[in-house]
Ligand binder design. Structure first.
Ligand SMILES: Nc1ncnc2c1ncn2[C@@H]1O[C@H](COP(=O)(O)OP(=O)(O)O)[C@@H](O)[C@H]1O
Ligand SMILES: O=C(CO)[C@@H](O)[C@H](O)COP(=O)(O)O
Length: 473
């Protein structure tokens, strides 16, 4: 028996097959691109997502013999929009969370009554479905009018698998179109912004069967028709589930294209300072507070590509260059930052350049700058001052030298979660609940992946970085 989890990340799709004990039987990955055709834009071609998903699923299945897939679950990058027609075909490229174009229409949100804003319970950020739809309605009216659905990314993939349109609370709560208190689409905001409420798919619980695998999808994936497909969850919510995070005292740190700190909570209590997010979790009745960094792996990848360096070269700079990069600093704000930052509209820069700085200095400064940006987010997440350890997951968490630098800069022990892809694991668990393998998410806690201590802050480097960070701000 196997359960297939598909995580549609920003840079790649991760696929895992797990068994009823939560063990990974197989995993695979397929990459695609993020395109920036105009300053501040971030888009992807959903066709590339679908093709990469087909290849990754086929590769994951290829090494399995005699394993019957009984359920499928999904997770995915959050916030963006895939506009699709009634046949589910996308009618323009997907607009992603890192896109800033909707900044120009945020005023529409700021003019909403305070009572409505309170129910959104989140800072206003342009890369979220609500503002993006306002932008599309204003600047691409014909395309907007031709749309039948405004999907979240993983919901579009599920439509490709099942032909059923659905959304789940964890992704919907991160659109700025959702009532966090009543746990449903916020009709008031949709009406006041003059958006079409019919564009938003009906809500189903993350663990529910949203549909079954169609004949057409089954053929391209090499699977039998009729397999139940769970609604699924947002990637950060799925990562919490996939790593067995149920404890409200623990803070989880995910390092991918973006980077996030997440802490579960049992009540929907918004951040009174308005800096961090409150979203629905993938577990049955739970929420989480989150500080989300836009310029995480995204900024590292950009510097690496611009300087024509491999990931190995980037990380090797930690051995050859001293903390502080001999006076060179990097501000990682290549896309607008979220509201935890004192100035979200900051732009990126290398500062303090001198004739003696080499390429390695730039790589090292990039790592430090991204880590400082991540520290700003951690410090904004309420109640984390006394937390001395962080659980860490994500594709950008594997390099030991980088983990050590992060531990020194964040001043926390880092415990790595032992799973190839936390979000895909969470997605597979949701597929298992939909298929009736487990009664609920709590029933999967006993096989939560183990965690291993990966880095302890070095006292002298921590002190040095504390001093540099004070100037960085
Ligand atoms: N050694 C590495 N190899 C690949 N990606 C890395 C590496 N180190 C950091 N990263 C960053 O992590 C991201 C991949 O992490 P992952 O969790 O798979 O991301 P996502 O879910 O956003 O697609 C890449 O976008 C990249 O920016
Ligand atoms: O923006 C957020 C959270 O607010 C991210 O969770 C995105 O969903 C992207 O995740 P990755 O693709 O970087 O994993």
């Amino acid at each position: 028996m196997g359960l297939l989890g598909i995580d549609l990340g920003t840079s790649s799709v991760k696929v895992v097959v797990i068994d009823e004990l939560g063990h990974t039987l197989s995993s695979s990955k397929g990459e695609y691109s993020v395109i920036s055709e105009q300053p501040g834009w971030a888009e992807s071609n959903p066709n590339e997502w679908w093709e990469a998903t087909i290849t990754a699923v086929r590769n994951a299945l290829a090494i399995l013999e005699g394993v019957k897939i009984e359920g499928i679950g999904l997770s995915g990058q959050m916030h963006g929009v895939v506009l699709a027609n009634s046949a589910g075909e996308f009618i323009r490229p997907a607009i992603l969370w890192a896109d800033n174009r909707a900044e120009s229409v945020l005023e529409q949100y700021r003019n909403l009554p305070q009572a409505t804003l309170n129910r959104l319970a989140n800072p206003l950020v342009p890369g979220m479905a609500g503002p993006i739809l306002c932008w599309l309605a204003k600047y691409e009216q014909d395309i907007y009018n031709a749309a039948r659905w405004a999907f979240q990314p993983k919901d579009w993939i599920r439509f490709c698998l099942t032909g059923v349109a659905a959304a789940d609370p964890s992704d919907a709560s991160a659109t700025l179109l959702y009532d966090l208190i009543a746990d449903e689409w916020l009709d008031d905001v949709i009406t006041e912004l003059e958006l079409d409420p019919q564009l938003l798919p009906p809500l189903l619980p993350s663990q529910a069967i949203a549909g079954t695998l169609t004949k057409q999808a089954a053929e391209v994936l090499g699977l039998p028709t009729g397999i139940p497909v769970a609604t699924g969850a947002a990637d950060t919510a799925a990562a919490a589930l996939g790593t067995g995070l149920f404890d409200t005292e623990v803070v989880q740190f995910t390092m991918g294209t973006g980077a996030q700190f997440l802490q579960l909570c049992n009540k929907p209590l918004p951040d009174s300072s308005g800096r961090t997010h409150l979203y629905r979790a993938a577990t049955e009745a739970s929420w989480y507070n989150m500080a989300a960094v836009q310029n995480g792996g995204l900024a590292l990848d950009w510097v690496r590509r611009v300087l024509n360096a491999s990931w190995d070269e980037l990380y090797s700079s930690i051995e050859t260059i001293s903390p502080g990069s001999d006076g060179l600093s990097f501000l990682p704000y290549l896309t607008r930052e979220r509201s935890h930052h004192p100035n979200p509209a900051s732009t990126g820069a290398f500062l303090g350049m001198r004739i003696d700085h080499r390429r390695e200095h730039f790589l090292h400064a990039a790592l430090e700058g991204v880590a400082f940006g991540i520290r700003v987010a951690l410090e904004a997440l309420s109640g984390t001052e006394s937390i001395t350890t962080l659980r860490m997951a994500g594709g950008g968490s594997v390099e030991p030298k980088w983990r050590q630098m992060l531990a020194n800069i964040l001043g926390r022990e880092l415990w790595i979660v032992d799973t190839p892809s936390a979000s895909a694991q969470g997605a597979a668990i949701l597929g298992g609940i939909a298929a009736g393998i487990w009664a609920n998410t709590a029933a999967t806690l006993h096989f939560a992946p183990s965690t291993q201590l990966a880095a302890i802050p070095d006292p002298s480097q921590k002190q040095l970085y504390d001093e540099i960070f004070a100037k960085y701000l």
